[in-house]
Design a protein around this ligand. Structure first.
Ligand SMILES: [Zn+2]
Length: 418
């Protein structure tokens, strides 16, 4: 996958807000997804737009991008309904959700994302990292505390899959399209994993469902491709036949807005949320460096260059060649930012390192006080009280049995060894 990297000709500057998964796929936080580009932020055409006949306004809506539609949803009551309809059914936009969250019941307490937001979402990508995670009870594993040992779920396959779909429909009442996907690459397997097939085959009627997974691109050791698959004849009760509908599927993978991080549990959960966000940005640095080098040699000029790995003979005479080579060989490890980008890279890295140090968790730990102290007792009681009483932090079990409680006391105890 190279779609996180802007290609020549470059019309926009390097995207310092780039987020990418471990495998290098781009993800976009909702707040950035609806952000107008700085050049258009004033939306000068809007007053004029309002004077047009309604029918014309409605037609124009269909040509608007997501940020513009989102603005129209806020400012114009006449357009709100139609703008909303188009905004939420944008075919390229897929809202990303962890499969594990749904498997554990889709409870607000486990979530870092806003819950009421899900009421609007029509297109969902359910991500399982790798399909083994379907077969494990992560909550039980956290309660037990041996994180390396997987715990098998007590439910059978069919019940587990049926509950999964029920939870999905309950949490996303307007869902029309679902992609069940695996985000860790299959390095060996060439075809759709059986577990993915099984989940899709049990999808309830009324939802259009497909499956997607990552594998190595043909002849490549590291470069990945994401394919999209559909079960043909599902409605016609023909025995399922799987067809690849897109060998290189790209989409806007949108990260849901975060929940209201309130109270002591919210403060603790927000440290995990932020750490995850910064990891996605940290990962994206490598992709930005590859792009900066492309721009340095080929933006409004043509300067062929050779690979940064002294042992490698590769030469790059055209835009895009370096990107493919760097991603498949990892030779960008030897690269340094070109002079004109160096200061920005240093500054960006410093900002990320500062945020990833986990100072917020340090402050919570400080406030936790000594073992046996009144301070610790009070902090723990407040945490437990919120778990038991705040609907946004409900785990469906007594506070002392919640996975978040176990994580909290182990995270704060600097001496605890998993
Ligand atoms: Zn090389």
């Amino acid at each position: 996958v190279t779609d996180a990297i802007q290609k020549s000709p470059w019309t926009r500057p390097l995207n310092w807000n780039l987020h990418a998964t471990f495998e290098g796929e781009p993800q976009i936080p909702f707040s950035l997804y609806i952000q107008l580009e700085p050049t258009r932020s004033s939306c000068p055409a809007l007053p004029k737009f309002r004077t047009l006949p309604t029918e014309l306004q409605l037609r124009i809506l269909h040509f608007c991008d997501s940020p513009t539609l989102f603005q129209l949803m806020q400012v114009s009551s006449a357009m709100r309904i139609e703008a909303k309809k188009i905004f939420w059914s944008f075919p390229e936009a897929w809202y990303w959700i962890k499969g594990g969250w749904l498997l554990a019941g889709g409870l607000p307490g486990h979530a870092h994302h806003a819950i009421d937001f899900l009421d609007h979402v029509e297109q969902v990508e359910v991500d399982f990292e790798d399909m083994d995670s379907f077969w494990e009870d992560w909550e039980a594993r956290i309660r037990r505390g041996h994180l390396e040992e997987l715990v098998a779920p007590s439910q059978g396959v069919e019940d587990r899959t049926r509950d999964f779909w029920q939870t999905l429909q309950h949490r996303f009442p307007r869902v029309t399209n679902v992609v069940v996907s695996e985000s860790n690459a299959q390095r060996v397997n060439e075809s759709l994993p059986d577990d993915l097939k099984m989940i899709v085959e049990m999808c309830p009627a009324g939802i259009s469902v497909s499956a997607s997974f990552l594998k190595n691109a043909a002849g490549c050791t590291r470069r990945l491709e994401r394919s999209l698959w559909r079960l043909a004849g599902r409605d016609a009760s023909i025995v399922g036949r799987w067809e690849k509908i897109n060998p290189m599927w790209t989409r806007q993978s949108i990260l849901l807005p975060h929940k209201d991080f309130r109270g002591p549990v919210g403060a603790y959960q927000s440290t995990h949320y932020k750490a995850h966000r910064y990891h996605l940005q940290y990962r994206a640095q490598q992709l930005l460096l590859i792009e900066a080098i492309e721009r340095h040699h080929f933006h409004e000029r043509q300067e062929p260059f050779k690979c940064f790995d002294p042992e490698c003979e590769a030469q790059f005479g055209l835009p895009g060649e370096w990107t493919l080579h760097a991603i498949d060989s990892g030779h960008d490890d030897f690269a340094v930012p070109p002079d004109e980008f160096k200061a920005s890279f240093d500054q960006h890295k410093k900002m990320l390192q500062m945020h990833m140090k986990g100072e917020a968790l340090g402050r919570i730990r400080e406030a936790w006080g000594e073992k046996g102290s009144e301070r610790r007792h009070n902090a723990e009681q407040a945490f437990l009280y919120q778990l038991d009483h705040d609907p946004l932090y409900a785990h469906g079990k007594p506070a002392r049995a919640c996975s978040t409680w176990f994580m909290y006391i182990r995270d704060l105890d600097a001496t605890y060894v998993y």
